[in-house]
Design a protein around this ligand. Structure first.
Ligand SMILES: Cc1ncc(COP(=O)(O)O)c(C=O)c1O
Length: 396
């Protein structure tokens, strides 16, 4: 009897002890490289063994003014030492300061700003605001689009793999990019709430919409009372050599969504809203959006962009880089504007990408199986552009 009792106790002890040793793990949805960055400065990243990498990816187009810019670090640190966060139930003059600076820098001083936290959230709110405005239910998006992972944003993303059954309720019509006839036929019924389009398609492969298409799209949206939403989350904030990519077409969308480069790594996003939209108390809201730290980060980014003329730099270095890449015969096509560049190869690029990363120590982005996405910080120098070209030429 005693032996049975002790054996039972032993089993219970082992089970309980085993349970307490469980360690929470990260939900494993990302394929990751075996590289651990521990430090970064400007356009360079250093891993834990001190190996230096060139950053031609910008952590997915996020790093705009360069890693750990001293003015950015100082501004955020100072803010954190004063007050880091309070909700939108109090006055936050930093929001007004940022809005004023953003209006001037972007060429939209007459628009209003609503701040949130991620690209998807900005698009989600834009689609919602459009529907509040015109009370229609349908949305038009384009083939190969990417607009984020939240409910409506993922529904207007042209990839069924990202959508769960609960995302499929919003009625969305996907049309071919640059097909104005298809757009006109769909919008003439006047039952479409909004059209959402990227300034330059990023994940779709760095595809630039034709300026005439954007002009005609803008006109037909206006005629039919459809809200035009320009997703400038990846293509905006100076990346293409103008503040927004759509400014190459000279149009003025109804809502413009921003994120990524806006905070240089600090999670902050927003939408610029045309004057015809009325702000209705309670229709939109957020806990974290526009908090003190987010504003400080976003202000620092705009100040550095202005002081260091980073939009002009993106135009200049981007033009140079695109010109040089076009001379490399192994590259089938070079697309993009400024420092948002796609390089398409005839063959799959998996091995080439690995050679660039592990051999030449360069971070790049890819999309699909054949296209590289180059999204370096806007502060990229000609010297580092040349260094990139030299290392790329070694492996193509
Ligand atoms: C054009 C575009 N829109 C929206 C998003 C979603 O942004 P986030 O991942 O911050 O939600 C992305 C992200 O890659 C994007 O490239």
């Amino acid at each position: 009897m005693n032996i049975i009792c002790w054996s039972l106790r032993l089993v219970i002890f082992i089970v309980l002890n085993g349970k307490s040793k469980k360690i929470m793990k990260i939900f494993d949805v990302y394929p990751r490289w075996n590289i651990e960055p521990v430090k970064a400065s400007g356009c360079k990243i250093y891993d834990r063994d001190g190996v230096e990498y060139l950053d031609f990816y910008g952590g997915h187009a996020v790093i705009s003014i360069g890693h750990s810019h001293p003015k950015y670090v100082a501004k955020i640190t100072e803010q954190l030492n004063n007050i880091g966060f309070y909700s939108n139930s109090v006055r936050i003059p930093l929001q007004d300061e940022y809005a004023e600076k953003l209006g001037k820098a972007s060429g939209y001083p007459d628009y209003s700003l609503f701040m949130v936290n991620s690209g998807a959230e900005a698009n989600e709110n834009a689609l919602k605001l459009a529907a509040f405005h015109n009370n229609r239910n349908k949305v038009v998006a384009f083939h190969h689009s990417f607009h984020g992972r939240t409910s409506a944003a993922v529904r207007v993303t042209d990839n069924l793999k990202y959508q769960a059954s609960i995302n499929r309720n919003l009625e969305v019509v996907f049309l071919p990019l640059n097909d104005i006839q298809a757009v006109e036929e769909t919008l003439r019924k006047k039952d479409v709430s909004s059209v959402i389009i990227e300034g330059i398609q990023g994940i779709g492969g760095i595809v630039v919409p034709e300026p005439e298409f954007l002009q005609q799209l803008s006109a037909v949206c206006r005629e039919t009372g459809t809200v035009l939403i320009l997703d400038e989350i990846q293509s905006g904030y100076g990346r293409t050599g103008k503040f927004f990519a759509h400014q190459y077409a000279g149009i003025r969308p109804d809502i413009i969504t921003i994120a990524k480069g806006m905070g240089n790594g600090f999670p902050v996003s927003g939408m610029l809203i045309a004057p015809q939209f009325k702000a209705v108390s309670g229709e939109l809201g957020t806990t974290f959006g526009g908090n003190h730290l987010a504003c400080a980060a976003a202000i620092a980014v705009l100040e550095v962009m202005k002081e260091e003329r980073l939009v002009e730099n993106a135009a200049e270095i981007g033009e140079y880089l695109i010109g040089e890449l076009k001379k490399i015969p192994q590259i089938k096509e070079v697309r993009g504007r400024g420092l948002m560049i796609g390089m398409e190869f005839a063959e799959p690029i998996k091995e080439l990408r690995n050679n660039l990363l592990f051999g030449e120590k360069i971070f790049t982005g890819v999309t699909g199986t054949h296209v590289f996405r180059l999204l370096p910080p806007l502060s990229l120098s000609k010297e580092l552009a040349d260094e990139f070209l030299k290392r790329l030429n070694k492996v193509v």
